[in-house]
Ligand binder design. Structure first.
Ligand SMILES: Cc1cc2nc3c(=O)[nH]c(=O)nc-3n(C[C@H](O)[C@H](O)[C@H](O)COP(=O)(O)O)c2cc1C
Length: 183
């Protein structure tokens, strides 16, 4: 492959990342999980503080319990595993940004192995419930879980067909100045 072909291939991989919320029951091998966590570990963070820890959950009952708390992480119930991000809870503005980077890296590393994933947020009473269920100290920030597993391809095809397209670049990109005409 030429460098251009390699680049195109990587761009297609990045461009193709989509949320997957319905999974086949197959387990994800430990070597795959280890590689995903290795990529997560190397994520950049503000001041390189690495304000994160990861709780990896495979137990079906725990996944179902987490899926049922207040929030938007119902997809955990059918995932092969969940990763709950436990942030330090010290510098909110930086950690929120770091958490986003971390999520994207985990999703991309998973996708490299054709493992699908989705972000799920805990809100309201869900946050304290998750801390209680997982034994997380109260001062830590818990908001995000990632569901991971091999995609239920049929469900994914139907979902992609239904849409969730993106805005065209023509509506997004300005040359040189924001108040200049869009492309
Ligand atoms: C900050 C953030 C929070 C999100 N929270 C949730 C969530 O709580 N539950 C969920 O199912 N998906 C969540 N998502 C996934 C989005 O719904 C998804 O990225 C969006 O619908 C685009 O999906 P697609 O890439 O498959 O088209 C979240 C995504 C982001 C970036």
């Amino acid at each position: 492959m030429t460098d251009t072909q390699i680049a195109k291939d990587r761009i297609a991989f990045l461009r193709g990342l989509r949320a997957v919320r319905q999974f086949r029951p197959d387990p994800v091998p430990q070597e795959v999980v280890d590689d995903i966590l290795e990529v997560a570990r190397w994520s950049g963070s503000a001041g390189n503080r690495q304000p994160w820890e990861f709780v990896v959950i495979r137990d079906r009952q725990t996944l179902r319990t987490l899926a049922a708390v207040e929030g938007y992480a119902a997809h955990l119930a059918g995932a092969a595993l969940g990763i709950v991000l436990v942030m330090a809870g010290k510098r909110a503005e930086q950690e929120i940004y770091d958490e986003g980077r971390l999520c994207e890296r985990i999703m991309l590393a998973a996708a490299a192995y054709k493992v699908g994933s989705s972000i799920g947020w805990f809100v309201g009473s869900g946050v304290e419930a998750v801390k209680e269920i997982l034994g997380v100290p109260s001062e830590r920030r818990v908001r995000t879980a990632l569901s991971l597993g091999y995609p239920d391809e049929e469900a994914q095809r139907t979902r992609i067909k239904r849409g969730q397209a993106r805005k065209p670049l023509a509506d997004l990109v300005h040359e040189e100045r924001h108040d200049a005409r869009v492309r």
